[in-house]
Design a protein around this ligand. Sequence first.
Ligand code: ATP
Ligand code: MG
Length: 397
Amino acid sequence: MERLLLVRYGEIGLKGRNRHVFEEKLADNMRAALADIEGAKVNREYGRIFVRLEDEGRTGEALERLQRVFGIVAVNPALRVPLDLEAIREAAAMLVRAEGDPPRTFRVSARRAYKRFPHTSQELNHLVGAYVLRHVPHLTVQLTDPDVTVTVEVREHAAYVYADQVDGPGGLPVGASSRALLLLSGGIDSPVAGWMAMKRGIELHAVHYHSPPFTSERSKQKVIDLCRVLARWSPAPVPLHVVHFTEVQKEIHRHVPQELGITVMRRFMLRIGERLARRLDAMALVTGESVGQVASQTLESMAAINAVTNMPILRPLVGFDKHEIIQRAQRIHTYDISILPYEDCCTIFVPERPATRPSLAAVEAAERAMAVEELVQQALENVETLHVEPAPAYVGA
Ligand code: ATP
Ligand code: MG
């Protein structure tokens, strides 16, 4: 009998070569997540991924890490036993006895993937259930909503028996999709957008536009801290590129009619972002924009902003209400950092009445007074790159 963690991942639609790449990536990312748990081993066997721990006392810790590995749907701490009814029965009884809160009701849910095993799933339910009833006191069978469900999976090489399940975050393993550059402000939205992009397997870099002395060191630190939280979901440190944006902001202030200031500022963010992305081999930009939230997020405004680039822009929050975004931010622990009061570059120069329907012609006319290309070049020459390591685990996260 062997203890191990049985890892489930979304298998549907993953066929042929894709599946192989997906599994390999997922196993690698799991190894990265478990790197400092000594003696933790991740193996792909029989079309499954298993984790074995030398020190069983670290199971809780390992499960906590695996809950932040995208691609994992669920993890079951399981017993692997030979294809033998007695071994399966004993494992089932052992698991029920080991439940922290002694269960009063239970059921067995058997699945026979290996059809040559002499008992059908139905028979197994009865045979294993009866054994557990006989060997664990004060227990009754209850088919709907029991305190504990013992699952038995019979496969060709062995049977797996488990009673507990920890949910993973789902999605695809980071790195299974290409790389993208997240425009990361200190706000609530963009960290959540970055998390959702990572969930689709995207490897993230982040860019932050920083405008000292109008924005303080503390506001920059806030962005680093947000990046540290995102890095907890990543198999490697997240590169954060800090672009000095003061000169651009000043030039906008000097030349652009106030009500168009934000539109022009966002256009600069995209221009610089696109160039930086190409330099980094990133295929797309990611923003925390949603439709209708603020003046710069009307479709008219997005059109005027988007006109400077052909690069795909992912806006994972587009269909979310603010309330849903906040809930997600709380769940991933970016919220408390995001609501710290430090100014961001946009709050400094925000006009009283930004245009909600800026026309592209008016915006382009305003920019004619600026040395656009020079400003972009200059900003790109002055990029500071930090490789942001994950923040330590939150208790109970
Ligand atoms: P957030 O909460 O992410 O700041 P928001 O709803 O406040 O979003 P805006 O401030 O209009 O929206 O910004 C829209 C998007 O532009 C942000 O989600 C982010 O992707 C990007 N952005 C804004 N400011 C910065 C900045 N200083 N550095 C990098 N990206 C930025
Ligand atoms: Mg903002």
